[in-house]
Design a protein around this ligand. Structure first.
Ligand code: SF4
Ligand code: SF4
Length: 161
């Protein structure tokens, strides 16, 4: 069973309610992931970001907190980030959600997706229909992409070909 996170519906829910605080989920395939990285942030940088060659977000960051990994995916070092949101402002595609950068978030809003009880709580805390348990596989035709072995992301992906 996999967890499908529908980023399209999450964005729509945020657009409908500007005061909505989305619960966060994390899932670490390894112990070290440059700080507490939420699934939404990982998904956005992996799938929504257009991977600009000149990456203005990196150039605009005053804290050198952003870098590209070997696959061209932006990685934010949370220990360096000062939450100035210069990267959000300069990104020409509105890739990032501004609430990624809060330093002091309520820990009750974080759910560990390696724990089945936490998964249930996370699903209940999220807007209806945005998080599903499913047996489907990655399916680009349906905008469904694999983030890791347990998590699928549904989003519109920018493609150059
Ligand atoms: S919010 Fe963080 S990552 Fe973005 S520009 Fe500011 S310091 Fe850099
Ligand atoms: S500017 Fe925006 S779209 Fe371009 S690499 Fe940075 S986050 Fe991605």
């Amino acid at each position: 069973m996999k967890i499908l996170i529908d980023m399209i519906k999450l964005r729509a829910a945020m657009a409908e309610n500007s005061t909505l605080t989305l619960p966060e989920a994390y899932f670490y395939p390894t112990a070290n992931n440059n700080g507490l990285k939420t699934i939404r942030e990982l998904a956005v940088f992996r799938f929504t970001c257009r991977k600009c060659e000149d990456a203005p977000c990196i150039a605009a960051c005053p804290a050198e907190a952003l870098e590209k990994d070997s696959e061209g995916v932006i990685n934010r070092h949370t220990n360096l980030c000062i939450s100035c949101k210069s990267c959000v402002t300069i990104c020409p595609f509105g890739t990032m959600m501004t609430d990624f950068f809060k330093h002091h978030r309520n820990k009750d809003f974080y759910y560990d997706l390696t724990d089945s009880k936490e998964i249930e709580k996370f699903i209940s805390a999220c807007p209806p229909g945005t998080i599903l348990l499913t047996d489907v596989r990655e399916s680009p035709a349906d905008n469904i992409y694999k983030l890791n072995d347990r998590i699928l992301i549904k989003d519109h992906i920018y493609k150059t070909d």
